[in-house]
Design a protein around this ligand. Structure first.
Ligand code: FEO
Ligand code: CA
Ligand code: CA
Length: 749
């Protein structure tokens, strides 16, 4: 959900800015002219590139980056076939999935598909119900979990497995998710309960079995593994905030559980084989009364609510709170209504139960999912583990996707024991590694270095903070944004997914775009800085888009201590841009027509081929092309050069910004692999262990359709996937596709 400049789109829950903290702008630091040093670390770049290029994937060592211990059995040796040997796919506005010659893409699992034998087939005409036993909407992040022929967990099976799929949101115009309702649904309050019940149930997560027969994949409708999590599922709170007063609700007076998971976006796969799902834009689903600040006695909860985007009077995205007096509706109104001091008689604290990384065992639906509060509460995207090393702590890298938010890292207290990779109780492994540790936030320096700053109540800047008085460490985690403000974290251009290069442990982040950066800023805007160095105007037809409309990919290399390091170096791996962009500081990576992209979002290194897959969720270049996926073979942090960007200022002067631009891609190291149907974003990526079947998600095709056009399919902006021969009706549906190579080879070769 990322259409920052699309006038058709009524709501853009991803593109949010709640950070008015007075953190020092990076540019102020820049002017301090700190000493600069080369990012090249003797020989590291060429060594890693050589190993990476030779075998596609292998563990490699460097002096300060110990070789990873592969958590699952090493895939069998594979031929050193040439990576990125396919012909680049051209940009396209066609309402279809386009893949390179020699590849096939097939739809296997779409919104509404039944997950048992009794729920009826999806009619796709707005009359369907029972969505808690169907595929949810807006398929997003996704992971693959192999199954042996006998149905046990397998890290080597490439013929049968489970897909754990996030269902982030739903296509809406004004309040209503109109494709779900026969007549489009109510666009005014109150919302009918029957409509709201459907809309709630299409959010969350699904686990669905998929199986290959011959060369064809299909989902298994009656598999006993199939499972849904929705915003109504009972989910345990775990870690330091469990039992904390901030999480007391009428639903859980002991603050030990919360109802459901919401707005599940990026994912992660733990070294012990559990599924991690990030809760992203949950805040917009809650409403607050216009006089709630006073009702709360203007206590510190008001500061917290504003920092997370819920000022008093804020309306909810769908109006679910209006559907009735039942708690499942009432909980979306977080106004203080009860007389209790602790919140046990209302839902004033319900919002504090959202915003976490949630862990579940995809193989065992008898086990409750758990919210891992130690990883902090914000608008979570993916959760990427650093390469595990026996005897060392684990690191989990994460981002907070709103404008000017931060990059985070969690470091476990427990050190990695390789035997835990095959432990039968995966949730217990999560208790071991994800409930105790240190949460850090990134501060980036203009010389290409940076620090991880621990968010700990013992830090004087946090303990003595004047904006918000933290009570304890649980409060620091629940209000991680405020704690990060207090320690001067670096505001970024919307951190989306991150992924760790399996070859060398370097961490890549998508910074999707930021309309709030300007060379001549208003009070709410930031000036460009080293890690977010661009602010320019891009034209979409006749409309001007300003800030950093095309986004970039930042990467980081840990310093001494590897996953537990408290320092790092950074550079910008790639800048999104139109190939034909004018101006010397837009197309800084010199992208060609076979490579140009805008608004990177999904990001995943293949553990099997080592290819870095980049997916877009764009609104800036969509006059020229639908969203896409590219394949890349990146180098290493510091393989490029320092560049000074002299931004022209309105007063005739210039704003000089130093940045570090990664080595420019060639036709052999970056290539467009796929273009999706109209109006979609491309997201989610996982593969079978043989690297020969890749699953990705097509989210919200046709989302720019006007609700008034619901009765005329010819006016839908997409009819995918029905136009690809999948399913009934013509209403567009989010769906999972599988990509295979016709010669049986690995994907991306
Ligand atoms: Fe759900 Fe920030 O993408
Ligand atoms: Ca443009
Ligand atoms: Ca995303």
């Amino acid at each position: 959900m990322n259409k920052p400049n699309d006038p058709v789109r009524a709501i853009d829950p991803d593109d949010i800015d709640c950070n008015d903290s007075p953190n020092e702008h990076f540019n102020t630091v820049l002017n301090a002219r700190l000493s600069r040093r080369s990012l090249l670390r003797g020989g590291m770049a060429s060594a890693a590139t050589a190993i990476f290029g030779a075998v596609g994937l292998s563990a490699c060592s460097s002096d300060d980056s110990p070789g990873p211990v592969t958590p699952t059995p090493t895939p069998p040796p594979v031929p050193a076939e040439k990576l990125l040997a396919f012909a680049a796919v051209p940009k396209s506005l066609a309402d279809m999935v386009t893949v390179p010659a020699g590849y096939t893409a097939s739809v296997i699992y779409a919104l509404g598909d039944p997950l048992n034998g009794t729920t009826p087939a999806y009619k796709n005409d707005g009359t369907d119900d029972n969505f808690d036993t169907r595929a949810g909407d807006h398929h997003d992040g996704m992971e693959f979990y192999g199954l042996s022929a006998t149905g046990s967990a397998s890290t080597s099976s490439s013929e049968r497995g489970l897909l754990a799929v996030n269902h982030e949101a739903t296509t809406d115009a004004k309040l209503s998710s109109f494709f779900l309702h026969a007549n489009g649904g109510a666009t005014t309050l109150p919302r009918p309960a029957a409509e709201v019940d459907k809309e709630i149930a299409i959010h969350g997560v699904s686990v669905v079995e998929v199986k290959k027969t011959g060369t064809a994949w299909a989902y298994v409708r009656e598999s006993s593994f199939n499972r849904r999590l929705t915003p109504l599922s009972d989910i345990e709170l775990s870690g330091p905030a469990r039992g904390n007063a901030l999480l007391t609700t009428k639903y859980s007076p002991t603050a030990t559980k919360t109802r459901g998971t919401l707005n599940n976006c990026g994912t992660g796969k733990s070294p012990w084989g559990s599924f991690l799902t990030g809760e992203e834009n949950w805040a917009g689903y809650f409403t607050r009364g216009a006089a709630d600040d006073a009702a709360r006695g203007n206590d510190k909860s008001v500061t917290s609510l504003k920092r997370y985007g819920r000022a008093q009077g804020a309306a909810s995205r769908h109006g679910w709170e209006s559907a009735g007096s039942d708690d499942k509706y009432a909980r979306w109104d977080i106004s203080r209504k009860g007389a209790s001091l602790d919140g046990s008689d209302d839902y004033r604290n319900d919002i504090n139960g959202m915003g976490y990384i949630v862990e579940m065992d995809p193989y065992d639906k008898s086990k409750s999912a758990k919210k891992r509060t130690a990883l902090g509460r914000y608008a979570h995207e993916s959760a990427a583990f650093g390469n595990p090393v026996a005897g060392q702590p684990l690191a989990v890298y994460m981002g907070d996707d709103s404008r000017n938010e931060y990059i985070y890292k969690f470091v476990s207290s427990a050190v990695w024991a390789a035997a835990d990779a095959s432990a039968p109780d995966r949730v217990a492994m999560g208790d071991k590694y994800l409930d105790s540790g240190k949460l850090y936030v990134a501060r980036m320096n203009p010389d290409g270095s940076g620090q991880w700053i621990e968010l700990n109540i013992s830090n004087a800047a946090i303990a003595g903070n004047s904006v918000y008085k933290f009570a304890d460490q649980a409060d620091v985690l629940v209000n991680a944004r405020l704690a990060a403000d207090a320690v001067g974290a670096t505001k970024m251009d919307r951190p989306e997914w991150c992924s760790v290069n399996p070859a060398n442990g370097e961490i890549y982040y998508s910074l999707t775009n930021n309309s709030n950066r300007a060379v001549d800023p208003t009070s709410s805007q930031l000036v460009p800085d080293g890690p977010n160095p661009r602010a320019y105007t891009d034209m979409k037809g006749s409309s001007a888009q300003s800030g950093n409309p095309n986004g970039h990919l930042l990467r980081m290399k840990e310093g001494a201590g590897a996953t537990a390091a408290t320092s790092f170096t950074w550079d910008v791996y790639l800048f999104g841009a139109e190939a034909g962009a004018s101006g010397g500081f837009v197309n800084l990576s010199s992208l060609t027509a076979d490579q140009d992209f805008s608004s990177p979002d999904g990001l995943a290194f293949s553990p099997y081929t080592g290819i870095c897959w980049i997916q877009t969720d764009d609104g800036a270049y969509t006059d020229v092309t639908n969203c896409m996926m590219l394949a890349a073979i990146p180098g290493t942090v510091g393989d490029g050069a320092k560049v000074t960007l002299n931004h022209p200022k309105a007063n005739g002067g210039t704003l000089a910004v130093d940045t570090y631009v990664g080595k420019k891609p060639t036709a052999d190291t970056l290539k467009r692999f796929l273009v999706g149907p109209a109006g979609c974003e491309i997201t989610g990526l996982c593969e079978t262990p043989d690297g020969k079947s890749m699953f990705i998600n097509i989210q919200h095709p046709g989302e720019t359709t006007a609700q008034a056009n619901l009765g005329d399919p010819s006016k839908y902006t997409s009819q995918w996937p029905s136009n690809a021969g999948y399913g009934a009706g013509k209403r567009p549906r989010s769906a999972t596709i599988v990509i295979t190579k016709n010669d049986g080879g690995r994907i991306g070769t």
